[in-house]
Design a protein around this ligand. Sequence first.
Ligand SMILES: [Ca+2]
Length: 215
Amino acid sequence: MKLHLILLVTMTSASVAQTSLWLESTQGDLGSDYLAPPRMTLVEGSNLLSATFHSTDRDLFTLTVPSGLVLDGIFVSSYTHPTNGNVSFLGMQVGSNLTQAPSNSFTDEIGYTLFGSWALDGTNLLPIITSYPTVGTPLVAGDYAFWLNETTTSAATTTLSFRATAVPEPSCAGLLMIGALSLGLRRSRTIRRHSENHKTSPAPFATLPSFCHSK
Ligand SMILES: [Ca+2]
């Protein structure tokens, strides 16, 4: 019973690991310089970004997904706007910055979604944004330029959660299979060499990573 409780607490703690990427109320406006947006590097877990924006206050930023992680979810943690049912714009382009100044007419290289209170139900916005142009998910290591914009002159305030997940290590079963195939090849070559030169030099097994021996 106690073990179950410890496991539950551990799993809960892992699932709510949060990091604040940017909080406009204390760190200032993200700005709309599309050639030099603020850059942030994701860490494993939930990466929070809070911004207030309207039709002429566009907020641009670039997220870096480091090697070993993928970006597999974008969720709306909070959203407020004077008009019920209002929606805002979230665009994304692969690369360190947008390749054009944000405007109502933009290149097909920018994928986007319209989001609002409707997305507070836990909807993952990333598959929508990456469906056209087809980028696919999850987003692997690299830079991704984002663009927040309001569709009205009234300001919207939101907190977005960017979920970064560790790339799974190759399984021990997979490593064993690779090791067995490698050994088979080496033995085949050794037998062939032996028949040619009358020499034997059996190859050792490949050493498995330590995490394979710990279970
Ligand atoms: Ca802003």
